[in-house]
Design a protein around this ligand. Structure first.
Ligand SMILES: [Zn+2]
Length: 73
């Protein structure tokens, strides 16, 4: 029973860690006014100075950014 509980706790910890990593996974380009999912190829090519992080899709749209046609965020 203790092992079972330890397994549940481990799953929760891993899930929380992933949620933290993927929480801010929208990146806008201040220059092009487009936003991308964090793993879009365009994000890697973007100049760090133009990077704007968004916590949600709605946040990016509210800021006037349009979704990228490649990664379709
Ligand atoms: Zn993109």
């Amino acid at each position: 029973m203790k092992k079972f509980l330890a397994a549940i706790v481990a799953v929760l910890v891993v899930t929380a860690a992933f949620a933290t990593v993927f929480a801010a996974n929208y990146v806008g380009n201040a220059n092009s006014r487009k936003f991308h999912v964090g793993n879009c190829a365009s994000v890697g090519k973007m100049k760090p100075a133009n990077r704007v992080n968004f916590n949600s899709r709605d946040e990016a749209i509210a800021a006037g950014y349009v979704p990228c046609k490649r990664c379709k965020p």
